[in-house]
Write a protein that binds this ligand. Structure first.
Ligand code: PRP
Length: 198
């Protein structure tokens, strides 16, 4: 890159941090493979909740992309809401502390709820959220996750709907980030382990 003194002086500070191009990273799941699994889960949920309504609750920010696809793949009536929890960073060993930053907007008492995540890793986030949501007395509560990394689990929790089980590798794309980057990638890729900070 040709960086003159003047040009670099006018660059915002964050632009000095460079991230490797996603094109250099191996694809774990293609856009088409993801779409197939989302459709399959959408069909499964539609059959399980035939004739009923569902509230999908996405966990920001990673789940936003999966939720938007899943909501459209589900053929029964569904609404969605979002929660946000404190992030301790999934690449590091967690303190176990999870804090609610944003609660649901609408009551879920008596409703069929599905918590939607991009990745189930240690399980601490969903374990905390499941306990919290159960306090609202939903008619039922299930979990859907795009990815499941069972090797990393610290607390016993399983998802009812899983698009893909994966080994303990750092992944980005389809909502998942490294330092907030790569969430918009349509496929899921392996982030270089030497940069992931494991
Ligand atoms: C990720 C992911 C889950 C959580 C899973 O969120 O979206 O919410 O980690 O990890 P756990 O099973 O170990 O609790 P992250 O904190 O990276 O925030 P983000 O969704 O905004 O990327």
């Amino acid at each position: 890159m040709n960086m003159s003194v003047n040009a670099s002086a006018t660059q915002p500070k964050s632009s000095s941090v460079s991230f490797p191009s996603a094109s250099t990273m191996d694809v774990l799941f293609t856009q088409a493979e993801i779409a197939d699994r989302v459709k399959a889960i959408g069909d499964e949920i539609s059959a399980d909740y035939a004739g009923q309504s569902i509230v999908l609750i996405g966990v920001l920010k990673g789940a936003a992309i999966f939720l938007s696809d899943l909501a459209r793949a589900i053929q029964v009536n569904n609404t969605f809401d979002f929660v946000s929890v404190s992030s301790y960073g999934r690449a590091r060993v967690s303190s176990g502390a999870v804090k609610l930053i944003k609660d649901i907007d609408n009551p879920i008492e008596g409703k069929h709820v599905i918590l939607v995540e991009d990745i189930l890793d240690t399980g601490l986030t969903l374990s905390y959220l499941r306990g919290l949501m159960l306090q609202h007395k939903p008619a039922s509560l299930k979990i859907a996750t795009c990815l499941d990394k069972p090797e990393r689990r610290l607390v016993p929790i399983e998802a009812d709907y899983v698009a893909f089980k994966i080994p303990n590798r750092f992944v980005i794309g389809y909502g998942m980030d490294y330092a907030e980057n790569y969430r918009n990638l349509p496929d899921i890729r392996l982030f270089p382990e030497e940069l992931a900070g494991h």
